[in-house]
Design a protein around this ligand. Structure first.
Ligand SMILES: [Zn+2]
Length: 383
């Protein structure tokens, strides 16, 4: 068994051992509907490959103590990479979603040129070589559109002769999967977060941009090429501000974090004495609102109501059971939640609204790394 081609029966055993605290051979045999001797033989093969170990005898229920098996903490690892406009993080994430190594590349700015691509590849290769790890692959989360079929970003480095997946594959001889940031956060929630066991759901990434991960029948709707979920670029925004995509009327241009900044600054410009200064970030707008500033509260409430309305329209289309709102704007929960609900209730069919549960859930920077790693494990059927 080499590290890239784990047999299906071995993967199933790994799944059983990962999900049971103290897993015995009879439990494996029962889960796979195979005989105990066969389970013993297959388990020994995975021990020989250095992926699991015999943790000794444990008393389980009645009868004699039985040998139990566990996955070695370091045996299954994915190098997870997150590339955002101003952040570049690399980590090692194990099968349980724990980060075991982490590096934040300082002062990073994403540019659409080959020099930036080569810098990213060099950092990942150096990271892989300086840590004593033996990963099964690399998961990359990058902002913008990602063509999941060819493992290439459409928004960055699309003119480079070789994709980031090809370059990394050449240097490290590892399989590479690519997805975008909102889908990584969605995978995190679906595979180890708040959406575990939920088949029909929306994950709304409300941060500096606006993105959506959609789940139907337990599967993420990625689209034919991986471009699905571009909620922020739908032409339903009540604004003519130009969007980063080159179009106007994008919803994100009306109510993303960036738009909230602009709204607040536009409002301030109408005041004779502006007490806030010229450069107010949307994070500061949230802090001001939480501190009771009526202007900041008004801007956030307006954006929340509009977000709720457009989510309400999508409820009628997709009928999710759960909508989770996350991203960095989650911190304004006490101000935004009721407005989102009001907006959604006004626009959605009553049946769709009543059957849907709304939640605002925390967001942490590491969720992108964990999410893309869990996506890799899922793609290669480790989970
Ligand atoms: Zn746009």
């Amino acid at each position: 068994m080499n590290k890239y081609s784990i047999e299906p029966s071995h993967k199933k055993i790994l799944q059983v051992i990962s999900s049971e605290e103290d897993c015995t051979i009879p439990q494996i045999a029962k889960a796979l509907t195979i005989s105990v001797p066969t389970a013993q033989k297959l388990t020994q093969e995975i021990i020989d490959a250095g992926i699991i170990y015999n943790a000794g005898k444990v008393q389980k229920g009645e009868g004699r103590p039985a040998n139990v098996y566990r996955v070695l903490d370091y045996s299954l690892q994915v190098i997870a990479v997150e590339i955002l406009m101003k952040h570049f993080r690399i980590a090692v994430v194990d099968l349980n979603g724990n980060i075991t190594h982490y590096q934040d590349i300082p002062a990073f700015e994403l540019r659409d040129d080959e020099e930036c691509l080569n810098f990213i590849v060099r950092q990942i290769v150096d990271f892989a070589k300086c840590h004593h790890i033996r990963p099964v692959g690399i998961g990359i989360s990058i902002t913008g559109r990602v063509n999941i079929n060819v493992g290439r970003s459409q928004s960055f480095f699309s003119n480079a002769p070789k994709s980031i997946s090809d370059l990394l594959g050449e240097h490290l001889d590892l399989p590479v999967v690519l997805t975008n940031d909102t889908m990584s956060y969605g995978w995190y929630e679906k595979l180890i977060g708040h959406l575990v066991g939920v088949d029909h759901a929306f994950y709304v990434n409300w941060s500096r941009g606006l993105g959506l991960s959609m789940f139907s029948n337990g599967h993420m709707l990625q689209g034919g090429n991986g471009f699905a979920g571009e909620f922020g670029h739908m032409q339903i925004g009540k604004t003519t501000r130009p969007c980063i995509c080159g179009m106007r009327n994008c919803l994100g241009s009306e109510l993303s974090g960036h738009a909230i900044e602009r709204d607040f600054q536009d409002l301030m410009a109408t005041f004779q004495d502006n007490p806030y200064g010229d450069e107010v970030t949307y994070h500061q707008v949230v802090e001001l609102a939480l501190g009771g500033d009526v202007n900041a509260i008004e801007v956030l409430r307006h954006a929340s109501r509009r977000l709720g309305e457009e989510i309400g329209n999508l409820l009628s289309l997709m009928n999710p059971e759960v909508v989770v709102i996350s991203g960095t704007l989650y911190k304004a929960k006490e101000i935004i939640f009721d407005e989102i609900l009001k907006g959604a209730s006004e626009k959605a069919l009553p049946e769709s609204f009543k059957s849907c549960s709304f939640r605002i859930i925390p967001w942490e920077p590491e969720y992108g790394l964990k999410g893309v790693a869990m996506y890799f494990y899922r793609m290669f059927e480790f989970i």
